[in-house]
Design a protein around this ligand. Structure first.
Ligand code: C2E
Ligand code: MG
Ligand code: MG
Ligand code: MG
Length: 282
């Protein structure tokens, strides 16, 4: 229900949503209203250094607070937003809001938190994408070193030539580029070398506890090793248990993110959290 949803956890479709939203057209209509009516909200999930136990940054994750359908997970609407290109204004709002929030954390005296923002390939191929990022950085006066753009492998498959130079330029400004959900896509390791990335996010399917499946563990370890060899920061996604923490520690990840540390949080909760200067036992 909406209350549980408020905690920023995974959301399940309510059946009314599915039936009413069967028509793509009507979803688009509601998404348009959502943009105009400010119905989106961002949650922020902490990322913690395995070495220091300290929070190093937050990933911003969108939710849709719909008056008709309650709290809606991004899994339920990002694809439709992409197909209708509504992800362009939505994504711009996400970036602007995230940079503004990061900047306000810095202004509170918490200067070293990075903000990670998910970027759709549909946004990246827009001619104005780079200018949009520059403008938001300028307007928020956020140091580019504290911004990370999360992209998926599909970016490179669909639009390699368009996207690579843009990412190279953004990276040259000090912006971090993370490859999200790594290991679930189709890109070959050969491609990986040509990608202007700074961070590898190991998909949580490799982190999940599979006690009898030793090969899963060795896969995770191999992925981490590749990332480290390439000089990338390696983030383990979806760490939920102590057991998984042990596993990613052994695999020598740099950073972990997941329910074991925290669910995605509201802005007020983030501010309260950073004010405690919490150090996690790793
Ligand atoms: P993602 O970027 O891979 O984000 C991680 C997802 O895993 C988030 O789901 C997060 O809440 C969830 N998660 C975090 N820790 C755990 C854990 O320990 N266990 C489990 N089972 N899940 C965990 P969420 O927030 O539902 O977002 C889903 C996806 O929607 C994201 O996957 C991302 O691809 C997309 N998304 C979210 N926000 C945005 C956005 O602003 N723009 C775009 N383009 N996509 C977004
Ligand atoms: Mg992500
Ligand atoms: Mg991911
Ligand atoms: Mg994902």
């Amino acid at each position: 229900n909406a209350k549980e949803a408020g905690k920023g956890k995974y959301m399940v479709f309510r059946s009314s949503f599915l039936t009413k939203f069967n028509e793509r057209v009507s979803v688009e209509k509601y998404l348009r209203e959502a943009i105009k009516g400010n119905q989106f909200v961002l949650y922020y999930q902490p990322q913690v250094s395995l070495k220091t136990g300290q929070i190093v940054g937050f990933e911003s994750l969108i939710r849709w607070n719909s008056p008709e359908f309650g709290f809606v997970s991004p899994i339920s609407f990002i694809k439709i937003a992409e197909d209708s290109r509504l992800i362009v204004p939505i994504g711009e709002w996400v970036l602007s809001q995230s940079c503004t929030f990061a900047r306000s954390l810095h202004d509170l005296g918490h200067g070293d938190y990075k903000i990670s923002v998910n970027i759709s390939v549909v946004q990246l191929i827009q001619e104005e994408f780079v200018d949009m990022v520059l403008r938001i950085l300028h307007d928020t006066a956020l140091n580019p070193a504290y911004l990370e753009l999360e992209i998926t492998e599909s970016v490179f498959i669909e639009s390699f030539e368009i996207v690579i130079p843009k990412l190279e330029f953004l990276k040259s400004l000090g912006i971090q580029i993370a490859l999200d959900d790594f290991g679930t896509g189709y890109s070959s390791l050969g491609y990986l070398k040509q990608m202007p990335i700074t961070t590898l996010k190991v998909d949580r399917t490799f982190i999940e506890e599979v006690p009898d499946q030793q090969d899963h563990h060795s896969l995770a370890r191999a992925i981490v090793l590749i990332g480290r060899r390439m000089g990338l920061m390696v983030v383990a996604e979806g760490v939920e248990t102590k057991q998984q923490l042990k596993h990613v520690k052994r695999a020598k990840c740099d950073v972990i993110q997941g329910y074991f540390i925290s669910q995605p949080l509201k802005e007020e909760e983030v501010i309260r959290l950073v004010q405690t200067h919490q150090v996690y036992e790793m």
